[in-house]
Design a protein around this ligand. Sequence first.
Ligand SMILES: Cc1cc2nc3c(=O)[nH]c(=O)nc-3n(C[C@H](O)[C@H](O)[C@H](O)COP(=O)(O)OP(=O)(O)OC[C@H]3O[C@@H](n4cnc5c(N)ncnc54)[C@H](O)[C@@H]3O)c2cc1C
Length: 174
Amino acid sequence: MAWFGLVFSQVVFDPGGKDIVSQHHVIVIGGGIAGASAAFALARRGAAVTVVDSALKGQATAASAGIISPWASTAEGPAYELYAAGAAYYPRVIELLAQAGVERTDYRRTGALLVSADPDRLTEAQARVEARARTAGGIVGDIQRVDNAEVRALVPVLAPDLEGVYRSAGRSRT
Ligand SMILES: Cc1cc2nc3c(=O)[nH]c(=O)nc-3n(C[C@H](O)[C@H](O)[C@H](O)COP(=O)(O)OP(=O)(O)OC[C@H]3O[C@@H](n4cnc5c(N)ncnc54)[C@H](O)[C@@H]3O)c2cc1C
């Protein structure tokens, strides 16, 4: 079995951090986003952490587009709450990684474009994003309806019958 190990040294504590696991050496199985996040959180609390990964085919994190945009999702209830909380926490993770010496994450607030040939679906999606933006803070950015010319100006390869809902990058670019 192929494997790799990452041992994070004891990094920074934020004031709310609890030193509950500093005496432990924890092995995390799986080095995708879930395992890496767990490992980083444990390491920040002082644990020695080793991440083991079998390098199986079909690793989702490696395949992912890395898009963080829960607000237009049709997910509802706890699934949406978890999804949105993760997105809201992301800038903090980037800060924590920077404090731990990770200089390059490729995280950017680029905005997002939702397209459809069905104006009713766009109206519905726009209402959903606007409602969620009211509780999500500035991270969602400005939301506006864009016609086909604007859609194609943003993404020239898109079909000529699509309109869109565009949301800007939100607060600062990270
Ligand atoms: C094509 C594609 C695009 C996506 N785009 C997005 C997107 O834009 N935005 C978004 O939010 N989500 C996206 N996702 C979803 C997202 O990538 C996954 O939800 C997320 O990466 C899952 O992370 P994970 O850590 O649970 O799993 P994985 O990343 O699959 O990690 C699991 C790891 O465990 C290892 N493993 C498994 N079994 C064992 C074992 N027995 N022993 C040791 N190691 C083992 C595997 O090798 C793997 O590395 C996309 C997914 C795909 C497939």
